[in-house]
Design a protein around this ligand. Structure first.
Ligand SMILES: CC(C)=CCC/C(C)=C/CC/C(C)=C/CC/C(C)=C/CC/C(C)=C/CC/C(C)=C/CC/C(C)=C/CC/C(C)=C/CC/C(C)=C/CC/C(C)=C/Cc1cc(C(=O)O)cc(O)c1O
Ligand SMILES: C[S@@+](CC[C@H](N)C(=O)[O-])C[C@H]1O[C@@H](n2cnc3c(N)ncnc32)[C@H](O)[C@@H]1O
Ligand SMILES: [Mg+2]
Length: 304
């Protein structure tokens, strides 16, 4: 009898504990941005990242554009930099790093980079590859986890967050961008490359690139998940990011090279900067601070 009521009490306490856990956990535990079907797709190709002629060849050659894009935009924010290691002293989070194709060149430029990916096998490939270079081995840390897990551990930590060819694979893009913003330091940079949601991107990006030319494996992309630069900009701006640049990228399947173009109907790159916190000026009244939080021009006045 005693043991039965003990068991019931124990069960009740446990249930209450889990509810308390549910109530007190941050929202991010429940809103995942990871789509399990995407995980399956990337898992099957995890051993192919470093094959420069293989399925990820366009990502290898995209480095010709995206590495200078990230480097040059980051260097606009610093006065002095070490020759040869221009990004030294910077902390970068590479979200959805895959096998580390972009993480490694950023480490070589001197940055301390954390590469995260929800696919464990991708992280194993990335870890093995960087282990061949002792310099990179020190500068890069890889972790098999989601962005939401990083947000639970740390905020306002990184000078730059990068999500290259990732956002078209996530679920709940709003939460994903919100998390990117949370881990950025004020004044830090968010870099995104992705595919626009246009009729042209359906024809060239899915029908041509996947079904006809086999540039990308069949089933890699879902047109519904593509995002227009306008929508992406609006999500970024509503999360306190100020969009600096949006520029088109065109892949030439004959040469295997990428080119910058003005037109963003297919692939594009975006750079946004997290707005600085509003620092209350000395002697500033509460009323002024409230006004400033709703009026950007007042914000500028207070900064003077
Ligand atoms: C409006 C517009 C952008 C039109 C483009 C259409 C077109 C055919 C343009 C012709 C070029 C032209 C006249 C451009 C004018 C601007 C200009 C003067 C540019 C400068 C010079 C230049 C660009 C010369 C190139 C000329 C040329 C011969 C171009 C090739 C033409 C052609 C057929 C283009 C289409 C390219 C193509 C197939 C695009 C596919 C789009 C797409 C979304 C591909 C995905 C690529 C990708 C991100 C691969 C990496 C990847 C990713 C993933 C993943 O999971 O995300 C997985 C993988 O395995 C991957 O490999
Ligand atoms: C096309 S690959 C890009 C890899 C790398 N950024 C590059 O450009 O070389 C997309 C990567 O995003 C990862 N990914 C998918 N969903 C994700 C999510 N919700 N959060 C973070 N990464 C994700 C995949 O596992 C995959 O490694
Ligand atoms: Mg993609």
């Amino acid at each position: 009898m005693w043991s039965k009521s003990y068991r019931i009490t124990f069960a009740c306490l446990n249930t209450m504990k889990s509810y308390r856990y549910l109530w007190t956990r941050p929202y991010s535990t429940f809103r995942t941005t990871v789509d399990s079907s995407e995980v399956k797709t990337f898992l099957a190709l995890a051993h192919r990242w470093w094959d420069e002629q293989g399925v990820y060849a366009p990502l290898h050659s995209m480095n010709d554009l995206r590495v200078p894009f990230i480097r040059d935009n980051l260097l606009k924010t610093v006065a002095n930099h070490q020759p040869g290691k221009p990004l030294s002293g910077m902390k970068i989070l590479d979200v959805g790093c895959g096998g580390g194709l972009l993480t490694e060149p950023l480490g070589r430029l001197g940055a301390s980079v954390i590469g995260i990916d929800p696919v464990d096998a991708n992280i194993k490939t990335a870890q093995l590859h960087k282990s061949f270079d002792p310099v990179l081995d020190k500068r890069i840390e890889y972790r098999a986890c989601s962005l939401e897990e990083i947000v639970e551990e740390t905020t306002e930590t990184f000078d730059a967050v990068i999500a290259s060819e990732v956002v078209e694979h996530v679920i709940d893009l709003e939460t994903f961008i919100q998390c990117c913003c949370q881990v950025l330091k004020p004044g830090g940079s968010l870099f995104i490359t992705t595919i626009n949601k246009t009729q042209l991107s359906y024809v060239l990006g899915i029908v041509f690139a996947e079904q006809i030319a086999g540039i990308v494996p069949k089933g890699t992309h879902t047109w519904d998940k593509f995002i227009s630069p306008e929508k992406l900009e609006s999500i970024m701006e509503s999360n306190g990011l100020s969009v600096q640049t949006v520029v088109g990228m065109l892949y030439n399947p004959f040469s295997g090279y990428w080119h910058w173009i003005e037109n963003t109907s297919l692939n594009y790159a975006a750079h946004a900067v997290k707005q600085e916190h509003l620092v209350p000026a000395e002697g500033e009244t509460e009323e002024l601070r409230v006004q400033a939080s709703t009026n950007p021009s007042m914000h500028e006045e207070l900064k003077k």
